[in-house]
Every structure is written in structure tokens, then in C-alpha cells.
Design a protein around this ligand. Structure first.
Ligand code: FCB
Length: 454
């Protein structure tokens, strides 16, 4: 049809297109604080499942998934290195593990995929947790030693380093909510752990940079949208949560200190100026009201009002258009180049994901047009994988490729075809959306209303 919409949203030249993964969720056969937590049973993980073989990346299937990424015209991929493999005992480095990571990263490069390597994605060696883990003062130093070792082994192949994934999620899930190991519920400890993660980032930055001056070192920060539901207290609660969860951590790099709730700031030695880039991970929005039965949550409750689209369980409101304000906010906080290091949606049958992805990318494109320095986009995730406390719960499938865990067979989803078309063109076009996500066409390319004639 000649009067069909022809709009094309082009991304900047050199934009990185990839997917995001994490070692523990795809490798299989790990031995770390998460596998110990999984083995404890007791309802910690959905149906007491264990990560087990996961997607069998370690034993050889990583490369076949890299083929899928390359087949989608991706030019980048984010993966993580598992600390417990590289340093199975304090100070003992496993050269074979480093060689396997080297082979994987060579495999990425051979396929034209720029690697982004995360050094900490939620898991820790058991020996490290036995020494106090991230609550211990020695954590930043131990983490920096490991970071240096990995950078020395892989630095000739890797430019983009992501020290820590979602520090505030790690701290709150493990030490406030108790859903992740070590399962604590203690606000003071949560803030201590978050502080040490910032110190860990700074220490790792200084451990890597001198010998690898071209390394671009950042971290991936989960940003949640909070909106006040009730007039005064709800709005104040949303402001407070936004400050504590989204903003305070960045004081480490802009001022060399973090100011949590107390008047006395926490010093982050060497923190100033240690972000070469920042990663945005955005998934959902929550509405905030007061709940006097939740002292551990500062008497606040996050929820999704009836009638708004939301994910399974407490996943939150699905609002991809929030990507634009989240990018702007993160830029305002850091002034850094931005990579979207994760965005995605749990969607069992891929009925939501294509539209969600197209709407997200419209927002990311708008950010580029507003002169935000967005350098790349990594969708979560390449293939379904072990989703932490949700285990292999079918409602928490995130892959562009679906997975049959009994056979390890991967199935291409409609979302994968959509992403392939977008990455191939470096553009989100009306033709692509019409073909692969027609349900989202009106949202991605809203048409102005035409006044009735006559
Ligand atoms: C993020 C995590 C990632 C994955 C997605 C769904 O918070 O970084 O590992 O679990 O959520």
C-alpha cells in the first residue's frame, strides 16, 4: 500500500547491538555461593530447583549461541566471568578456566562480536563469603586482585569492562529482602555491602587501568522507576526510594563518597572519576504507598495498581517508554557515555516481548536524538536461562531464543526475528515493526489524528 507509513528511526553509526548474559545463568556446573544456596532447598528457589547444567555454555554450547547472536547481525555481546572458577581458592588461579574464557572471547571476536565482560554478576566464591563476603572490609581488595588477574589474562581481547552488575540489587536482595544468598534482612548491613561494592569498583578500576590504559571500565546499574501513589507520603516515599536505590551510589564516583541516610558520608577511596561509562538496566516501574506493616522496607510498599500491565508475581509495571527518562536521569547523575546493558521482559509465550522491545528501542532512539551519548543496547537475554530465585519458572523466560532444558534445544522466537531485522538495518523502521510486531505499530509510530473534513 502506497500510503503505508514509511518512518525509519536510524541509530548512530557504530552503535553496538547485543544481548546480555551472566555466567551463573548460562554456564552450568558452577560451584559458588549460589549453588550452595540452591542446594539448601527450603523454597529458596522456585520448586527447589538448582541451576545444574543451565545452558551448558561452559561445556561447549556458548559458541553455538554466539552463532545465533552473529546470525541476528549483533556486533557485541555481554557475558560475565565467574570469580569462583578463576580463583577457586584464595590466591590460587585456575589457568584452564582463564583459557576457556579466552577461547570464548576469541570466539566472539571471530564472529564480529565486541565483548563486554562483567566481573561480578551476583555470584561469589564460597571461600570469599566465608571470609565475610561483601560485608567485609577486605572485599574491595580481594575483588581488585581478581579483576587484575582477569584483565591481565584477557585484556588484549577486551576493551569494555563492567566491574559490577546491579550493586543495589545485589545488596538489597541478599541483605535486605533475603531472597538471594546470604539471605539476610538487615538495612545497616545492606548499606555496608553497597558501600563496599562501590569501593570494590574503584579498587578494580585502579587495578586494571594502569596496565590497560585503553580499557573502558564502567558498571551496570539497575534503575527502577518509582512513582508516588498516595499524595504526600507516597510521593515522599517514591522520592526516598529513588534517592536510595537509583542515585546515592553514584556519589562514590562524582564526590568520592556516598551519603546514605545518615548525615555522615561513607568515603570511597579513589572513587572519584572511575566511571568511563555507565550501564543502564531498566525493567519496570513501581507505585509507592505507605504500609505500616513493613518496617524493613522503611514502611513503604511498592505495587502495581489494578489495570496496568505488569509482569508475573511482584515484577512491576511494564512501561518501556520509561527508558527515555531513565537514560536522561542516568546521564544527569553521571555525565558518562551510556550503554543499555540490560532491558527485557519475562514472557512465557513471546506475546509481549516483540512489542516491548520495539517500544523500548523507540525510547532509546529518542534519547539518542536528545543528544544523550547512548553507545549501545544489550537485550536481556540471548537465550532463556536460570533466573536466580525464580529458577527455571516458565513465567520467567527472558530469551530471544527459547530453551527446552530437557534437550538443550533452542527455538527462535518472533522477538529474535524482530531484533535481527533491526540490527541488520541499524534502524527501527515501520516496515520492520509492521512485519514482526504489528501490535505495537501505533505505539512505536503514533499517527497524528486527522480532523474530520467538511
Ligand atoms: C537483572 C539481572 C539479570 C537477570 C535479569 C532478568 O536484574 O541482572 O541477571 O536476572 O534481571
Amino acid at each position: 500500500m502506497s500510503d503505508q507509513l514509511q518512518a525509519e528511526l536510524h541509530f548512530p553509526p557504530g552503535f553496538l547491538w547485543g544481548t546480555s548474559t551472566a555466567a551463573h545463568q548460562v554456564e552450568g556446573g558452577n560451584h559458588n555461593d549460589w549453588t550452595a544456596w540452591e542446594d539448601m532447598g527450603g523454597g529458596r528457589i522456585f520448586e527447589d530447583q538448582v541451576s545444574g547444567a543451565a545452558c551448558e555454555w561452559w561445556s561447549g554450547r556458548a559458541e553455538e549461541d554466539f552463532d545465533r547472536a552473529a546470525g541476528m547481525h549483533n556486533n557485541a555481546l555481554r557475558l560475565s566471568v565467574e570469580w569462583s572458577r578463576v580463583e577457586p581458592e584464595p590466591g590460587r588461579w585456575d589457568d584452564a578456566a582463564l583459557a576457556r574464557y579466552r577461547a570464548m572471547i576469541e570466539g566472539l571476536r571471530a564472529r564480529g562480536l565486541e565483548p563486554m565482560v562483567t566481573l561480578h554478576h551476583f555470584t561469589n566464591p564460597i571461600w570469599f563469603t566465608e571470609r565475610g563476603g561483601w560485608a567485609s572490609e577486605e572485599a574491595p581488595r580481594l575483588f581488585a586482585q581478581y579483576a587484575r588477574k582477569v584483565a591481565d589474562a584477557l585484556g588484549d581481547l577486551v576493551t569494555l569492562w563492567c566491574t559490577i552488575n546491579e550493586p543495589m540489587v545485589y545488596a538489597t536482595q541478599g541483605f535486605l529482602q533475603g531472597y538471594f544468598p546470604p539471605g539476610k534482612q538487615d538495612l545497616g548491613l545492606t548499606l555496608k555491602v553497597a558501600t563496599n561494592l562501590a569501593r570494590g569498583h574503584a579498587a578494580a578500576y585502579h587495578a586494571i587501568k594502569p596496565d590497560h590504559p585503553t580499557a573502558q571500565i564502567g558498571l551496570a546499574k539497575h534503575q527502577i522507576s518509582f512513582v508516588g501513589y498516595t499524595p504526600i507520603l507516597g510521593h515522599f516515599g517514591a522520592w526516598l526510594l529513588n534517592y536510595l536505590f537509583n542515585e546515592a551510589f553514584f556519589g562514590a564516583f562524582s564526590r568520592g563518597q556516598i551519603r546514605w541516610l545518615s548525615a555522615r558520608p561513607e568515603a570511597i577511596p579513589g572513587g572519584l572519576g572511575t566511571l568511563d561509562w555507565v550501564g543502564l538496566q531498566y525493567y519496570n516501574r513501581y507505585h509507592i504507598r505507605v504500609n505500616l506493616t513493613k518496617p524493613e522496607m522503611l514502611y513503604l510498599e511498592n505495587f502495581v495498581p489494578d489495570g496496568l500491565p505488569h509482569g508475573p508475581d511482584g515484577w512491576g509495571e511494564l512501561l518501556p517508554e520509561e527508558s527515555l527518562p531513565r537514560i536522561k536521569h542516568l546521564y544527569k547523575l553521571t555525565g558518562c557515555p551510556i550503554y543499555v546493558t540490560e532491558m527485557g521482559v519475562p514472557d512465557i509465550d513471546d506475546s509481549i516481548r516483540p512489542g516491548y522491545l520495539a517500544r523500548t528501542l523507540r525510547s532509546v532512539w529518542q534519547a539518542c536524538m536528545h543528544n544523550m551519548p547512548v553507545k549501545g543496547f544489550f537485550f536481556w537475554s540471548l537465550v532463556d536461562n536460570f533466573e536466580w530465585a525464580e529458577g527455571y519458572d516458565p513465567r520467567f523466560r527472558f530469551g530471544l531464543y527459547g530453551m527446552d532444558y530437557a534437550t538443550q534445544a533452542r527455538t527462535e522466537r518472533r522477538s529474535a526475528r524482530l531484533y535481527r531485522a533491526i540490527c541488520a538495518e541499524n534502524a527501527l523502521t515501520a516496515a520492520i515493526v509492521r512485519e514482526h510486531a504489528p501490535e505495537a505499530l501505533d505505539k512505536v509510530f503514533p499517527q497524528p489524528a486527522v480532523a474530520a473534513q467538511g
